[in-house]
Write a protein that binds this ligand. Structure first.
Ligand SMILES: CC(C)=CCC[C@@H](C)[C@H]1CC[C@H]2C3=C(CC[C@]12C)[C@@]1(C)CC[C@H](O)C[C@@H]1CC3
Ligand SMILES: C[S@@+](CC[C@H](N)C(=O)[O-])C[C@H]1O[C@@H](n2cnc3c(N)ncnc32)[C@H](O)[C@@H]1O
Length: 383
């Protein structure tokens, strides 16, 4: 199917699934408004690739179908993410006494700072979600942001929030696959990506597209999801953790940190910073909201978030969604989505505790000032 046909089909399906009036409802009330048969189809489209198989053929199929698989994943999890986490879909470090939203915002500010984003810069947010980080970074720096996303539902939501918070003049959100970007070469002053490029079937593909659209001398900063140096692909215990993360988070294949670093260099980037922000002595680990350990609760105002993300809260949500599905209040397949998200939580905590995995491998990379983009090279690596 051609790219244009796929886009049309995905846009039509989004209308069927979520209706026309996207934005006003979020979380469980948005879930309750979804079309039943479309939801069932979306859940099947996502889960068909995660049938427990970890052999090369199964992996190959997931890599090939990355666009549809991820599109379907975010069609079914976005409402749960907003309900449980908020509108920035990423992790962060936690300082003692710091509230949950403050730490999420600080993580975004830090990336903007490392990327050197300035007032009036034109910035690309690769895999922008519903625009939480774009809104924060635009306010923080005064830059202009284009958010790129292959999920129509999230784009509609991001546009709705930008308007609601009077930020439409500073940002726009466009549909597109980050493996094949439509922007002109040398367009953006800075590019950032937060916990999104791990959905790529090949990191060289997305990084080379970023290189292409970045101006010479421009900076790309990314929080990458990778398996660390402690990870051994041939160790079944390790592979199980990686698979749980892939399944629960809609990722075709978790790559090793060296794969990411090498990919950046192969695309022509000069890697200025390469640091695992999770590899530290922080008293409060990044994955604490998913562990349900009360000792880490920093702020009573965040109790609702803490409860929803904790093991107990997740069981509560699963039970509630199961009952809602039985009563016809939630669309069919919602229960399966909460089960997949449970895998995500378990895999992420196991990966975090064992330091086999990090969601915050910070890379800051520069496109050399004298760089000439050769379309043939960037095309070749994108394939
Ligand atoms: C998928 C990628 C690359 C990044 C997303 C990171 C996180 C924002 C999510 C990873 C697992 C998610 C879960 C939830 C919210 C968003 C995540 C932490 C829930 C807490 C949402 C509410 C559900 O009832 C349970 C979910 C568990 C997993
Ligand atoms: C975990 S979310 C992170 C969103 C956002 N960066 C944030 O922190 O809130 C990953 C995002 O990547 C987007 N994404 C995944 N694959 C993509 C692709 N091939 N092209 C464009 N966006 C993609 C998803 O739709 C989703 O918005």
């Amino acid at each position: 199917m051609s790219e244009t046909e796929l886009r049309k089909r995905q846009a039509k399906f989004t209308k069927e699934l979520h209706g026309d009036d996207i934005g006003r409802k979020a979380g469980l009330s948005a879930l309750m408004s979804k079309n039943n048969s479309a939801q069932k189809e979306a859940v099947q489209k996502y889960l068909k690739h995660w049938d427990g198989k970890t052999d090369k053929d199964a992996e190959e199929r997931r890599l090939e179908d990355y666009n549809e698989a991820t599109h379907s994943y975010y069609n079914v999890v976005t409402d749960f993410y907003e309900y449980g986490w908020g509108s920035s879909f990423h992790f962060s470090r936690f300082y003692k006494g710091e509230s949950f939203p403050a730490s999420i915002a600080r993580h975004e500010h830090y990336l903007a700072y490392k990327a050197g984003i300035q007032k009036d810069d034109l910035v690309l947010d690769v895999g922008c979600g519903v625009g939480g980080p774009a809104r924060e970074i635009a306010r923080f720096t005064g830059c202009n942001v284009i958010g790129l996303n292959n999920n129509d539902y999230q784009i509609a939501k991001a546009k709705y929030y930008a308007k609601k918070y009077n930020l439409s003049d500073q940002m726009d959100f466009v549909k597109g696959d980050f493996m094949h970007m439509d922007f002109e070469e040398n367009t953006f002053d800075k590019v950032y990506a937060i916990e999104a490029t791990c959905h790529a079937p090949k990191l060289e593909g997305v990084y080379s597209e970023i290189y292409k659209v970045l101006k010479p001398g421009g900076t790309f900063a990314v929080y990458e999801w990778v398996m660390t140096d402690n990870y051994d692909e041939n160790n079944p215990e390790h592979r199980k953790i990686a698979y749980e993360i892939e399944l629960g988070d809609g990722i075709p294949k978790m790559f090793h940190v060296d794969v990411a670093k090498t990919a950046l260099k192969n695309c022509g980037f000069e890697v200025l910073v390469s640091e695992d922000l999770a590899n530290n002595d922080d008293e409060i680990p990044w994955y604490y909201p998913l562990t349900g350990e009360w000792k880490y609760v920093q702020n009573l105002a965040n109790l609702a978030t803490f409860f929803r993300t904790s093991y107990l809260g997740r069981q509560f949500t699963t039970t509630m969604v199961t009952v809602m599905e039985k009563l016809g209040l939630a669309p069919e397949g919602s229960k399966e989505v909460t089960a997949a998200l449970e895998n995500a939580a378990v895999g992420l905590v196991a990966g975090g505790r064992s330091k086999l995995f990090t969601p915050m491998m910070l890379f800051v990379a520069k496109k050399p000032a004298e760089a000439e983009t050769s379309p043939s090279t960037s095309k070749k690596t994108a394939e």
